[in-house]
Design a protein. Structure first.
Length: 368
């Protein structure tokens, strides 16, 4: 095998496929990158058996072939090279890499031992704007569960119907939902799938030159295709909780909060709540004020009052401040967020409406 590729193209390609490399596997082949060259194209593949990534870039291929090179070593080398042509020449025992005045001779692994890239025929697929989808996933991703005993809750439910995209995530302590209207390509009778949360988040951080991403499903896989990249993962199977059944049917208190002011106050008050992650929100509806309060037997107490718009009854509710931060950060692109409350031990519902509508349901905690 002998081919030449630009250092910049190779750097970008390795950044794409690096997410598929196994980091702690007992199988050395899974920490490698399968390098295949043929007909003017360089193809890089990685897999950790749960996900597989393939990326293609143009190359000057003089002699086709394939090999497997340590992904960590290859990435480290390419990052340090000048932006010039990089030539690879391999034989049965190693590969020589040349760029400008630099030369490397690396050991290789047998490509016959590398797992084949998954084959798939999509049952259904939808093409969506990648920037919009990235923003939406960022809003719900932190509400996914890390509990291995409940793998379904580690996923994000995505539905596309009547030009409405909706993402839902819950870890049973909180629920995050966002939706927006968009022209979705390829959907006639609706699309629904539970996608592993870390996969959905990671795939949208991969650099891409395209403005859209195709998401498809098979009976056991979720497939992402964007530009010259194909990303395949296992999908989650089961019945996702019906989030509509979890929503309160009304409220006794409604509050409008300035997002920046509330975030700053929460940051200051929560300094006291590190060991006991509770913050009490005390709504004085008559005075249009909210007091944020935190206490700690070891540290003392803190409080801060912010102005609000309120209707209904005065009420106090205690919430996990870390979950509360996740909500406020997700709404940081908005000036205001609304808070609806029923009783101190009933869920708090945060809402914001814009191009992307956002809802965050948070279970309360006992204050004492």
């Amino acid at each position: 095998m002998r081919f030449t590729v630009s250092q910049s193209s190779l750097t970008k390609a390795l950044a794409v496929v690096s997410k598929g490399m196994a980091s702690n596997s007992t199988l050395p082949i899974l920490s490698g990158v399968r390098v295949s060259a043929a007909e003017g194209t360089l193809e890089l593949q990685t897999t950790n058996l749960a996900i597989s990534i393939r990326h293609k870039v143009p190359a000057n291929v003089e002699e086709p072939g394939e090999t497997v090179i340590s992904g960590k070593i290859l990435s480290s080398i390419v990052k340090t090279l000048p932006d010039a042509a990089v030539t690879f020449e391999s034989d049965e025992v190693g590969v020589t890499i040349t760029c400008a005045k630099s030369n490397y001779r690396l050991t290789v692994l047998d490509p016959a031992d590398f797992p084949e890239f998954p084959t798939f025929v999509l049952d259904r697929s939808v093409e969506l704007p990648s920037a919009l989808l990235t923003t939406m996933v960022d809003k719900v991703y932190r509400a996914t569960s890390n509990d291995n005993a409940r793998p379904l809750l580690s996923g994000i439910l995505m539905t596309v119907e009547n030009n409405t995209i909706r993402l839902v995530a819950t870890d049973s302590h909180r629920l995050a939902v966002c939706d927006t209207n968009v022209a979705a390509e390829g959907v006639d009778d609706g699309f629904e799938m539970i996608i592993p949360g870390h996969v959905f988040h990671d795939v949208l951080t991969i650099p891409s030159d395209t403005q859209s991403i195709l998401i498809g499903s098979t009976d056991s896989q979720v497939v992402f295709v964007f530009g010259n990249t194909t990303y395949v993962s296992r999908r989650l199977e089961g019945s996702f909780p019906n989030f509509r059944q979890l929503l309160p049917d009304g409220y006794n208190t409604a509050v409008k909060i300035n997002v920046d002011e509330f975030a700053a106050a929460l940051k200051r008050v929560s300094v006291i709540a590190q060991a006991n992650p509770k913050v009490r929100l005390e709504v004085d509806a008559d005075a249009s004020l909210m007091t944020l309060r935190a206490t700690s037997p070891e540290q003392g107490e803190a409080s801060e009052t912010v102005s609000i718009e309120a209707e209904g009854e005065s009420i106090a509710i205690a919430l996990n401040f870390r979950y509360l931060f996740d909500c406020i950060n997700a709404a940081s692109d908005q000036d205001e967020i609304s808070l609806e409350l029923q009783e101190p031990m009933r869920p708090a519902t945060f809402k914001s409406y814009s191009k992307i509508n956002y809802l965050y349901l948070l279970m309360p905690t006992r204050w004492n």
